[in-house]
Design a protein around this ligand. Structure first.
Ligand code: C5P
Length: 218
């Protein structure tokens, strides 16, 4: 009714790192500013979508018209994403920690003369693969990210089929990307398509992706 292409549509976007505690004062995390994911949430909202942004710990404010759900761990992120489904589109841009610590210490681990403790790690759920799995709540369009330092196309295409998503945004992170305001990406689609977008602002990448999404589902 308001003429925007995603009015009446819903989106779930993950962004930022996850934080996996070791003890009350330490943790494992990934490098991610959350800027690209936040920009995508903002761009989808600008096109009229109802957006749930599931965010790990970042220093960014909530974009206008977006509902943010704040999480720390991968398991919290997965629960928040599942609670936001069904949705028309899922964009999984978070840098999820692949492992968490098995048996988080309830008190601070003290430095001991015997040397450092060893950490037992267990695998975290793959949220993108879970959302992409066939079922009644699977979004019509599921988009993942592939941050690679080499062989972008081969790695992104392998990820596309391994995870079962529809599109992958391949991200060359060999240059300055983390925390930066610009990004160079290639959009790979399941039907074999590949579209390279030269280095431009994360806001511009987000707007382009939102327009592609609107063209596809709007
Ligand atoms: O396997 P890899 O981490 O390289 O895959 C990256 C893509 O998968 C990103 O879209 C990321 O948000 C998603 N992912 C996820 N849950 C994980 C690991 C990655 O949703 N546990």
């Amino acid at each position: 009714p308001d003429g925007r292409p995603l009015t009446g549509r819903s989106a779930v976007v993950t962004a930022g790192p996850t934080f996996e505690p070791i003890d009350p004062v330490r943790g494992l995390t990934n490098r991610s500013s959350g800027k690209q994911g936040y920009a995508i949430a903002a761009a989808l909202a600008e096109l009229g979508a109802k957006v749930t942004l599931v965010s790990g710990p970042v220093a960014l404010s909530v974009p206008a018209g977006v509902e943010r759900v704040w999480v720390e761990t991968a398991r919290e992120m997965q629960a928040a994403v599942e609670a936001a489904l069904p949705a028309d589109v899922a964009v999984m841009s978070a840098a999820v920690a692949d492992w968490r610590v098995d048996g988080v210490a309830s008190g601070k681990i003290k430095k001991a003369p015997g040397g450092p403790p060893s950490l037992a790690l267990i695998e975290n759920p793959d949220i993108l693969a879970a959302v992409s799995a066939p079922g009644p709540k699977r979004p019509g369009l599921v988009i993942g990210f592939a941050a690679e330092t080499a062989d972008l196309e081969a790695n992104a295409r392998a990820k596309l089929s391994r995870k079962g998503c529809d599109w992958i945004v391949g991200n060359d992170v060999s240059g300055e990307v983390f925390g930066a305001d610009a990004n160079a990406v290639t959009l790979f689609t399941r039907d074999g398509g590949a579209e390279a977008w030269p280095r431009q602002s994360k806001a511009e990448v987000a707007r382009k992706l939102a327009v592609r999404i609107a063209d596809h589902i709007g």
